[in-house]
Design a protein around this ligand. Sequence first.
Ligand code: 13P
Ligand code: SF4
Length: 302
Amino acid sequence: MSDAVMERIRELKAKRNAVILAHNYQLGEVQDAADWVGDSLELARKAAASDADVIVFCGVHFMAETAAILAPDKKVLLPEPSAGCPMADMADAKDLAAFKAEHPGAAVVAYVNSSAAVKALTDVCCTSANAIEVVQHFPKDQEIIFVPDKHLGSYVARRLGREILLWNGFCPSHMWIRPEDIERRRKEFPDAVIMVHPECRPEVVELADEVLGTGGMCRMARESDATTFVIGTEVGLIHRLKKENPDKRFVAASEQAICMNMKKITLDSVVRALDKMDCQVTVEPEVREKALGAVERMVQFG
Ligand code: 13P
Ligand code: SF4
């Protein structure tokens, strides 16, 4: 990263009273320029607690939208407005309303990877860091609809030994990680701890040593005595893991697990966003009002 670009970002941040939040899957140079790097839950909390006037959200659209729901008095900028999440796009609010009508007694738990309109139809949102806790909070006989990630939803159902009505969504980037990748890495690195994200398919989850969100993986890498880790999630996390643990080895379960939407944001787009302020993400007040309770409950769990 050039000193001139960093200086420009510093200048603009001061001028706008802005803070830069970056998800763990962002390009290394964007992570290095951020004030905070974290998982979905940590960044939502940072956005809510920040006293900045402007939040530059280096992530994807639903993350910026969640920040806008939690912090309506702040300007939330998404430096690349086309950075969406294909999984979030798999759940349409109209379809969810129809599904709810078929299951009138069911509570809705929505993965934060969903639109504000879906969150507006939801009882509690969750992230990979607190999904088990959120579902566990409901009485065992309470019917639950989990939307949109069928893999995270089925993982929670297996862990808690309860039935959950699953939506048919998934993360295309995590689908690149296959059981044979895990088996190959196990042979190559027999002493490694194999960590996978619960967005991975169940056959992959089955073969892993640990099933964790990205924040959990960072913690495990820091605290474990192991020195080699196989990382079964989007490859961007490895930048942070190496930076925080220079003496440990991190190997991608699959080099193909790349989220192209996460990679759309560059340092140039961050500079541009702060300079032009033309990529604000907003949520319609009526939608925000309906979604707020579910998002607020999410940040209180875990
Ligand atoms: P976490 O960082 O919360 O584990 O989320 C992963 C993800 O897919 C974000 O889109
Ligand atoms: Fe969406 Fe998957 Fe990309 Fe996360 S990694 S933003 S779930 S497509």
